[in-house]
Design a binder for this molecule. Structure first.
Ligand SMILES: NC(=O)c1ccc[n+]([C@@H]2O[C@H](COP(=O)([O-])OP(=O)(O)OC[C@H]3O[C@@H](n4cnc5c(N)ncnc54)[C@H](O)[C@@H]3O)[C@@H](O)[C@H]2O)c1
Length: 428
């Protein structure tokens, strides 16, 4: 075992690069090589390159092996071909991913979209998830990809892997899910976060903590800037989540100060999009499902309480921009366009079509009255702001829910369904 964690990461990265070279050469050479040359086992990648260190050696070998090619195609042609291959290797080298991220909670709604973007960018990604609210289905399209690994683990237990970056998203996020077992929610956000920060400290990884606008509680300041300390009820029904996330932030900065762990803190505001949980009691999913099922659309309380919703791809862009930035203070990632809950009900009803009535029902306890991010910091330090309009985002989400309902049995989606009890429902 190397003494120095950085050294460990480097040696791992080297073997990782070797693997990439190998696989790329397989595909690139065999695809590009003209049949006149490809026939010669001469360029079989397995004996061509075994690891990065042998690259120079193998170059020599390949030159000697070109003899058989020379006989077929002529010396100049072969030399030209070798030059082209060397140029191709250099360009492939430039494409080698520099980061090796781990996404805790990567099988969840937000995590799975983040995984999609990271995988498409060519990173090697490890997802760690206990599938409490996440679904294998959300990432199953990557499971056979060589750059992807899925680890079934609860982050309340320590984890030992080698990574460069950690997106720490593991935590139930919607009220019925986090209230289902408040003690477990607290453990996930405290012990789990300690385990993740401990891992980051051991391997020298950068960590992004998915915090939440809930750290502002029921805010007295509007819109909410990051400098606002919040208005949280420490013993209310939401406290397990709100206080859990607040301590997760505190832990992050304690590790940053004491152990020099590089941390990023994203305060995420309400997010919606495909793969969000059906029946999890959040306002967007509630309204869409009620509209699609042609049921009464229920608005809790007077309906004048406001929310601002961001589309999931905007959030993913913001998280990646934050991870790649040098900004160390908490940063709001959300859409500042605010609508009342009642307006949302009308917009969704109109987009789905149908004639369902909209009805007001009893207000829920500790339901924040106003929520709107001040995103000045994100604009300034990340050059980020949301791009997807509510209309477009809702249409994509409605299409997803419609499809899910078609695949469900009798309108109830198969699989775990915590939080579809009436008393769980709590918009936001
Ligand atoms: N979606 C939002 O609107 C929103 C808003 C604010 C903050 N966030 C934060 O973003 C993150 C992702 O939220 P989401 O909406 O994708 O939620 P989600 O419930 O879809 O995903 C959470 C994932 O974490 C996993 N998980 C939960 N506890 C775990 C544990 N102990 N060990 C390992 N895995 C565990 C779940 O199985 C799931 O895959 C959360 O940390 C949440 O607090 C989300």
């Amino acid at each position: 075992m190397p003494q120095n964690p950085g050294e460990h990461t480097m040696s791992f990265r080297m073997s990782f690069l070797a693997l990439l070279y190998k696989s790329w050469i397989h595909t690139e050479l065999l695809i590009d090589y003209p049949s006149g040359y490809a026939h010669a086992e001469t360029f079989k990648s397995d004996d061509f390159i075994d690891d990065v260190d042998s690259l120079a050696k193998s170059e020599k070998t390949s030159r000697s092996k070109t003899k058989s090619v020379v006989e077929v195609g002529g010396l100049e042609e072969a030399k030209e071909r070798i030059r082209q291959l060397e140029a191709k290797l250099r360009s492939l080298d430039a494409r080698i991913p520099r980061a090796f991220p781990d996404v805790t909670g990567g099988a969840g709604f937000v995590g799975s979209h983040l995984v999609d973007t990271l995988m498409r960018a060519g990173h090697e990604v490890i997802v760690v998830d206990n599938f409490f609210t996440g679904r294998k289905q959300n990432v199953e399209h990557w499971t056979r990809h060589e750059n992807f690994e899925l680890i079934h683990q609860d982050i309340v237990n320590p984890i030992f892997i080698e990574v460069d970056e950690i997106y720490h998203l593991a935590s139930p996020a919607s009220p019925p899910h986090y209230m289902y077992n408040p003690v477990k929610t607290i453990k996930t956000n405290t012990i789990g976060t300690i385990n993740i920060l401990g891992l980051a400290k051991r391997v020298g990884a950068k960590v992004l903590i998915a915090s939440t606008s809930e750290v502002y509680g029921d805010p007295e300041v509007h819109p909410q800037p990051e400098t606002y300390w919040g208005h949280v009820n420490p013993i209310g029904p939401r406290a397990c989540y709100d206080e859990g996330k607040r301590i997760a932030e505190t832990l992050s900065y304690a590790y940053a100060k004491h152990d020099k762990v590089v941390v990023r803190v994203a305060r995420i505001f309400n997010t919606y999009g495909p793969r969000m949980h059906m029946d999890d009691g959040r306002v967007v999913s509630n309204f869409i499902l009620q509209a699609l099922r042609n049921e009464t659309i229920t608005v809790y309380g007077h309906g004048k309480q406001t929310r601002s919703f961001q589309y999931v791809s905007d959030l993913v862009d913001g998280l990646i921009a934050l991870m790649n930035s040098n900004y160390t203070q908490p940063i709001n990632i959300g859409n500042p366009i605010e609508h009342s809950i009642e307006e949302f009900a009308f917009i969704i009803k109109k987009l789905v079509g149908g004639s369902n009535p909209i009805k007001r029902t009893k207000a829920v306890e500790d339901d924040p009255q106003r929520r709107k991010p001040d995103i000045t910091r994100a604009r300034l330090h990340l050059n980020w702001e949301p791009k997807v309009s509510l209309q477009v985002g809702l249409q994509r989400t409605i299409a997803y829910f419609r499809q899910e309902l078609q695949h469900s049995v009798g309108g109830i989606v198969k699989g775990r369904s915590i939080g579809n009890r009436k008393e769980d429902l709590n918009p936001g």
